[in-house]
Structures are given as C-alpha cells and as structure tokens.
Design a protein around this ligand. Structure first.
Ligand code: CTP
Ligand code: CA
Length: 225
C-alpha cells in the first residue's frame, strides 16, 4: 500500500489540516475546552496522505491519536494554532477541521484563582480568539488555492453554514449538526452538507473515514483543475 500512496493524485501537494479542540487556560490549573475528539480531522489528514499529499497536521489536544505519515504539530490554544498554521504555509490547500475555542480569558492569570471566602463566584471575562479560517481565506498574497472550513451547528445547519462561508471567504464549508442527539461529536459517523459556490450537497450519514475519503478525492480533483 505504502508505495501506491506516495504516487497518488496529491503527490507533491502540501496540505495543512487543523484538527481537534483547543484548550484555553483559565489559570495555571484550569482550562476551557470543547467536546471535539479530532476524529474527522484525523481521518481527513489520513485520507489526504493516502492520496500522496504532504500533510502538515496542526492539532489541539485531541482524544484520537494523529495519523501516521503526516507532519504533526501539537498546540494548545487558538493563538498557538494560528501561529502554527502561518508557519506551515505556503500550501496548496488548507482544511480547518479544528473546533477552535471562540474565546479565551481576557487576562492572564498567573496564579490559581482562589475562593475569597465570601461565597461570591469569580467573574471571568473573555476576549475573542483570532479566526484562523477567516485569516487564511482572506490572505492577499500566498492564499492556498483551496480553503475548506467546517461549520459545527446545532440548528439551521445549511443557512448558518452558507452565511459562514460568505463571511469568512473560504471556498468550501463542510457543515454538520453537532446537537448531542446526533451523536456526531465524539462518534464514528458524520452527516455533512458540503457547501460550495455550486450550492449545498447533502451527503448521507456515513463513517467519518468515508466522509474523509470522499472529501480527499474532491480536494484532489479541485487541485488538479
Ligand atoms: N475557526 C477558526 N478559528 C476560530 C473559529 C473557527 O479557524 N477562531 C474555523 C473552524 O475550524 C471551522 C470554521 O472556522 O472550520 C467554523 O467554525 P465554527 O465554530 O462553526 O464557526 P464560528 O465562525 O466560530 O461561529 P460560531 O461558533 O459562532 O457558530
Ligand atoms: Ca466557533
């Protein structure tokens, strides 16, 4: 298999993939996280590498291990993820599958936040994290030819994802419903809608590895154009 891989349709292409959650520290012992396992991003990186791509895999603290045959860059926070992506560029394509924390703490807490004895909880203030997908989509020079985002929604999936694609300026959005009832976040399956300039393509629910294989094939076709 390995020999065939190196000669696939993505041979010689560099693709950056982000994956997993990010962790944003609250203080030295606590952090903000989300339920992303990294499964879909990992499957996609594996599928791209299997088609011969040279993959830089920028991952937050995911629960599934990174795939073999890719360059792994481990990060914790959104800001570290942005820096790692910028270091990894240029690339032919970039796929942003990470569930990036939208907010971080507004101030650095160098010491553990302590109860003050009054019974009053602390008030945490947040700052918005940089949007990695939007930053790369809107690059004036050196933008990857194909920029693919994901959209995690819990309602009005297509409408929200279509608006997201417009707002961020990416080429494709892979949208999914991450409501707990779907079991998609943390599960083995995904039901995605692929949004491109041609409209919305609803894929049936299938294993994340299969979603990854299909997406990798489409990416190979788009880069061959
Ligand atoms: N994304 C990113 N950097 C961020 C936030 C999101 O690169 N700071 C990327 C994600 O990796 C994904 C896409 O943007 O590819 C959409 O993420 P999502 O959380 O669905 O959208 P947001 O723009 O953050 O909007 P909201 O969470 O409010 O729906
Ligand atoms: Ca978000």
């Amino acid at each position: 298999v390995e020999a065939a891989l190196a000669d696939g349709p993505l041979k010689g292409r560099h693709i950056v993939v982000t994956s997993g959650p990010t962790h944003e520290p609250i203080d030295p012992v606590r952090y903000i996280a989300n339920r992303s396992s990294g499964a879909q991003g990992t499957a996609l990186a594996r599928a791209l590498a299997a088609l011969g791509a040279d993959v830089t895999f920028v991952t937050g603290p995911a629960t599934v291990p990174p795939p073999d045959g890719v360059k792994v860059v481990k990060v914790q926070t959104a800001r570290e993820m942005l820096a790692a992506v910028q270091t990894a560029l240029p690339a032919d394509a970039a796929v942003f599958a990470a569930a990036v924390a939208d907010w971080r703490m507004a101030e650095d807490h160098g010491q553990k936040i302590k109860k003050d004895g009054s019974g009053a909880p602390p008030v945490l203030s947040f700052a918005e994290n940089p949007d990695i997908l939007a930053t790369v989509s809107q690059m004036k020079t050196g933008r990857p030819k194909l920029v693919v985002g994901f959209a995690a929604e819990t309602e009005k999936v297509e409408a929200h994802a279509t608006a997201k694609r417009q707002r961020k300026g990416c080429d494709w959005i892979v949208a999914n419903d991450v409501s707990p009832v779907t079991g998609i976040m943390g599960g083995d399956e995904n039901a995605v809608v692929l949004i491109t300039d041609a409209g919305a393509d609803r894929w049936p629910r299938m294993r994340k590895s299969l979603v990854a294989n299909r997406l990798a094939e489409l990416i190979a076709e788009a880069l061959a154009q």
